[in-house]
Design a protein around this ligand. Sequence first.
Ligand SMILES: Nc1ncnc2c1ncn2[C@@H]1O[C@H](COP(=O)(O)OP(=O)(O)OP(=O)(O)O)[C@@H](O)[C@H]1O
Length: 234
Amino acid sequence: MGENIVEVKNLVKTYENGQVKALNDISFNIKKGEFVSIIGPSGSGKSTLLHMLGALDIPDSGSIRVGDINLEKSKKLNEFRAEQIGFIFQLHNLIPNLSVVENVEIPMFTQKISSKDQRTKALSLLKDVGIEDKAKMKPNQLSGGERQRVAIARSLANDPSIVLADEPTGSLDSKTSNKILEKLTLLNKQKNVTIILVTHDMNVAKLADRVIEVLDGKILENSEDSLLDNKISI
Ligand SMILES: Nc1ncnc2c1ncn2[C@@H]1O[C@H](COP(=O)(O)OP(=O)(O)OP(=O)(O)O)[C@@H](O)[C@H]1O
C-alpha cells in the first residue's frame, strides 16, 4: 500500500439552490488496496460522497482524482465507470427480464471478450458468491440476500480497481450479511481491490482498515463528537 488511488480536495455539493449543503468542503485520500468504511448519521452526506466518487453526480466545486482520472475534467466518465468501478448499491438494479447470469454479464459487454468467455466468467463469479445454481433464474425468483450476491458478482465482472458499496448488507439477515462481508474482505485482501463502503452498522464499519466519519457534510476530525468513540447508535 503506497500510492493514493483516490484524492478528494475541497469537495462541495449542495442541493436546493445551495440551501442544503450535502458535502461541505471535504478533503481526504484513499490508498490503493485500502478498505475504508464511511459512517455517519442519516443525511450526513455519505451516499452523496459515494455518488461523487463513482462519477454518478457532479460536485459544485472541488476536485476528485480516481486513479489517473480527474473526474471534474474528464470527458470519458462513461468509460471510467465501466472500466474502473464496481457499484454495489442497496437497490441492486438488476434487470428483471434478464436471468441472473445475464445480469452478471452486463458490465462485460464493453470488454473485448467472447460471449463464451463472458458466460464462463459470470458463472465463476456466481460460484464465488455461492449462487451458481440460481444462474438461470430471474431476479424476482431470488431472496433479497441472493439478489445482493448477484449484485456483488456483477460489480466484479469488469475487474474494477475500486468497489463502491452503499449499505451492501443493509436489509440482510446476519448470516447472509456475514457471507457478503467475507467476500468483500477476501476480494480486498487477495486481489488488492480498493473498497469504499458506506454503512450505518458500526460492526461492519470496523472490518475496514480505516473508518471515515461524516457529520453534516464534513469529515469529523474531532474525536469528541466521534460515533466510534462514544458508541452512539446511528
Ligand atoms: N437529490 C437531492 N435533492 C435534494 N437534497 C438531497 C438530494 N440528495 C441528497 N440530498 C440531501 O443531502 C443531504 C445528504 O444526503 P445523503 O443521501 O448523502 O445522506 P446519507 O448520509 O447517505 O443518509 P442516509 O444514511 O439516510 O442514506 C441530506 O440532507 C439529503 O436530504
